[in-house]
Every structure is written in C-alpha cells, then in structure tokens.
Design a binder for this molecule. Structure first.
Ligand code: PEP
Ligand code: MN
Length: 338
C-alpha cells in the first residue's frame, strides 16, 4: 500500500500514524516528495484496508500499489532519479551519458590507448571487463584483478569514472576504486550478488537478463534498492528471441516501459544486442530515441585482434561518427549530449 501524507503534518500526528502502522505489523519506508511525502507499506496486517488508513489524521490518500515492486516504481517516487558519479550524471534531464571502451581490459597499454581515444571522441565513463563471463570456458576469461587495477589506473589518469562487471561477491573489495559496478546479463537474478551490491555506496548498472521479462528485471533492481542503495541504472542489452540475424534482439520497447513504470535511469547497450558493429549505430540511435539516458558501446583500436567481442566492437572512427550522430539526435530530442 502507498500512502501520501501532508508534508506539513505535525510531528505528533506523524508519530501517531507511524505507531498505528507499526502496531499493525507494517514495514514503513518514507520518501520525501515535493508536494507531499509518500509512505510505502509492506508486510503487515491485511485486515487494515485503504479505507481504514484514509481515516487517520494527516493522510491525504491511500492506494494499493499496482505492481509487484515498490521502491523502483513511480508510484513511490515520482520524479526521475539521477545517478551521480565522479562528475557525471545519468537520468532525468541530464545530458546523454556516453559509456565506451573495450569488452575486456586486455593489457595496461591497450586500455589506456582505447581510453584515450574514446576520451578524445567524447566519453563520460570508460568501460572494460576484467572477469569475463564467457560462454566457452576455453575463451579469454579476462585479466581478473589485474584487469580491474589497469582500468582503475586508466580512469585516474584520464580523469574519467570507470565501470567494470562484478561477477563474484568475494571480489567486492578489489572493486573499491571502480566507480560503477556492472551486473551482467548472466547475473541479473543472482540474488545474493544483488543484495551485496545493494549494501555498497556506489552506483550499479543492472543489465537485463537475456531471457528476463521487464517485471523480473525491475524486481532484480528492487533487491538492490531494498538493501539501501538508491543508485541503480538499468541497461537494455537485447534479449534472446527466435531471430538469428543479430546476436540478441534489442527490446527498444522495454526502455519506454521502464521510463513509465520506474524513476530510474536507463542505458542502452547496442553492442551486445547487435553482435555486429554494423548495426550498433542504428540500435544506439533507436535506444536514445526511445528515451534512454545513456549509451554503452564497445570500442577497440583493433577490433580484428580483440580478445573478446571484436565483431561487435566499433573502431575509434566509427565511435567518433556515432558520437556526432548522438549529438545531433540529442538536439532533436531537446536533450544535450555531454
Ligand atoms: C559486457 O558488457 O561485456 C557483457 C558481458 O555484457 P552482458 O552481460 O550484457 O552479456
Ligand atoms: Mn562484451
């Protein structure tokens, strides 16, 4: 149940209201709003209905939450949430956020070369995986902890925040200087991992599971929010369908749905959806046109020699061209690009 209360409610009346709710066994979460405050009630005595609560002094309105998630919903938090990290903001009316870099950190030199190139072309966050979740155990698995530290060093050198995928709770300490934690598609429903990152004081980019519904995805975000971390960013990266001409099918509609149902920022990853660099630009533009707050793409100085996902990696020239197109589209959409 969701209750809206008068912002100017006297403390004694508020205390009475909260006491009544606690006695009925409700767990109460409060969200301060501009015109009124919102209380979210979970658990509790089902015998107490909306009409009963509406009678309590100071209560403006009460309604049943229409969805299975709460904290992520617009009913609980109407304004767009903006995630801020190390000089970069994602969501709301903030400029489009550009995240770019290689699929995997391959060496100290290569992440720095690629980082420098994307910085020159225009980038807000530098990406690079270190523990790569590969379908084949024989494929390049990433540089592990070494990869994390090369990425962090690169971010410090270039004065840009960095994002790196976390696959294991035991690795959290090694990610302390990583600015944004990425939860990959394969771990979207790894609930212990979600709870663990929910306890961190850093933003989490939550990719959509390759066969997950939007509701399951929002509920995964709810796990992180419920632990106290409000800085969750969704990332649509395509889902598995019967279609074989692309690696995954970019579900552009999910971006519009998320924007309606939740207040959290959304980023589009056209690289893992396309699986082929030739389609990356079109999908990136489609995602932004659908309302994405940012774009995450894989870029490599030598895609043909990349140790993972070379086929979908943009060259630096392609990336520069993409940034220009995104800038032009942003103008049309009334939104800045950096
Ligand atoms: C990645 O971003 O490199 C990655 C592994 O993505 P996903 O989890 O979407 O497959
Ligand atoms: Mn990749």
């Amino acid at each position: 149940m969701i209750i809206t209360i008068d912002k100017k409610m006297q403390d004694s009346i508020k205390k009475n209201l909260l006491d009544t709710l606690y006695k009925k066994g409700f767990e109460v979460l409060m969200q301060e709003g501009i015109e009124y405050d919102v209380l979210l009630l979970t658990e509790g005595d089902t015998g107490m209905c909306c009409a009963d609560i509406r009678m309590v002094e100071g209560v403006i309105d009460v309604f049943e939450n229409s969805s299975s998630y709460h904290l992520a919903s617009r009913e609980f938090h109407n304004e767009d949430s903006i995630v801020r990290v190390n000089g970069c903001s994602i969501g709301g009316k903030e400029p489009l956020c550009l995240i770019a870099g290689p699929c995997a950190v391959e060496s100290k030199e290569s992440i720095e070369t690629i980082g420098m190139a994307v910085k020159e072309a225009g980038v807000d966050v530098i990406r690079g995986g270190a523990f790569k979740p590969r379908t084949s155990p024989y494929a390049f698995q990433g540089l592990g902890f070494e990869g994390v530290s090369y990425l962090v060093e690169c971010g410090k050198k270039l004065k840009k925040p960095v994002i790196c995928e976390l696959t294991n709770i035991a690795h959290i300490e090694a990610y302390k200087d990583v600015d944004i934690i990425q939860i990959g598609a394969r771990n979207m429903q790894n609930y212990e991992l979600l709870k663990a990152v929910g306890k961190l004081d850093k933003p989490v980019l939550l990719k959509r599971g390759m066969a997950s519904t939007v509701e399951e995805w929002i509920l995964a975000a709810e796990y992180i929010l419920k632990e106290g971390n409000p800085n969750v960013i969704f990332c649509e990266r395509g889902i598995r369908t019967f279609e074989k001409s692309t690696r995954n099918t970019l579900d552009v509609s999910s971006i519009a749905v998320l924007k309606e149902k939740t207040h959290l920022p959304v980023v589009v990853d056209p690289s893992h959806a396309a699986g082929n660099w030739k389609y990356v630009k079109a999908l990136a533009l489609a995602g932004v046109a659908a309302g994405a707050d940012g774009v995450m793409v894989e870029v490599h100085t030598q895609p043909e020699n990349a140790l993972s996902d070379g086929a979908q990696s943009l060259t630096v020239n392609h990336y520069e061209a993409l940034v220009k197109e995104l800038e032009a589209l942003s103008v049309v959409l009334g939104r800045k690009c950096r």
